[in-house]
Design a protein around this ligand. Structure first.
Ligand code: DGP
Ligand code: NA
Ligand code: NA
Length: 213
């Protein structure tokens, strides 16, 4: 996805994105990474998409809960709009030196909608112009294993057959810049690997270096 690398400044926060299937452990690892970086006295926040607190986010939430029906293209654009409505705040946080650990981002948008059969290039288009992550961490887990983890919560996409398709879409989207971690390992082991990757990225951004894409 072509995204803007325009949050460069002398010392800035890092935009770190966690991606993966439902139940891959993103949310647990986000909060662990938050505590870790806070413990090192970094300025850091944990964000997630969809952000269900906005008006758009509430529409998304009711769609996910199967309380409303929307055309596949329409919901795709709402998820994207939900990222766009946070863009300027995201940019100002990064510029002011705050690192953001983000649980899902544009890649989820493309992976989930293209898994429904929507054209992948069409899916990418509304993401163009959002801020490019400095680091994408992919929590890799077989769909079958994710499904076994305490069961799914019952939201719209939490079904094994669909998650298999999402996994396939992620394979197509993934490029050499992503860092993949085996999310089937115990939480502590996953965290240990992620800590190293994240600290490296945060340090590089602090020095004002521009990361290669
Ligand atoms: P979560 O709050 O991380 O459990 O995400 C809710 C569900 O929505 C989850 O199944 C993943 C899916 N999802 C997240 N972002 C997007 C998006 O941009 N587009 C679509 N179609 N689905 C998304
Ligand atoms: Na979920
Ligand atoms: Na999650």
């Amino acid at each position: 996805i072509h995204m803007e690398n325009n949050h460069k400044s002398d010392s800035r926060g890092a935009l770190i994105v966690l991606e993966g299937l439902d139940r891959s452990g993103k949310t647990s690892q986000s909060s662990r990474l938050l505590s870790y970086l806070e413990g090192l006295s970094h300025s850091v926040e944990s964000w997630r998409f969809p952000d269900r607190n906005t008006g758009v986010g509430q529409m998304i939430s009711s769609y996910l809960a199967n309380e409303s029906q929307l055309d596949d293209h329409t919901i795709h654009l709402l998820f994207s709009a939900n990222r766009w409505e946070k863009r300027s705040l995201m940019e100002s946080k990064l510029r002011s030196g705050t690192t953001l650990i983000v649980d899902r981002y544009s890649f989820s948008g493309v992976a989930f909608s293209s898994a429904k059969g929507l054209d992948i290039e069409w899916c990418k288009a509304p993401e163009i112009g959002l801020l490019a992550p400095d680091l994408v961490l992919y929590l890799d887990i077989p769909p079958e294993k994710a499904a076994e983890r305490g069961g799914y919560g019952g939201e719209r996409y939490e079904q094994l057959e669909f998650q298999r398709k999402v996994a396939h879409s992620y394979q197509i989207l993934r490029d050499a810049s992503w860092k993949t971690v085996d999310a089937g390992l115990p939480l502590d082991d996953v965290e240990k690997q992620l800590r190293e990757m994240v600290l490296d990225c945060v340090t590089t951004c602090q020095k004002g270096k521009v990361l290669s894409k």
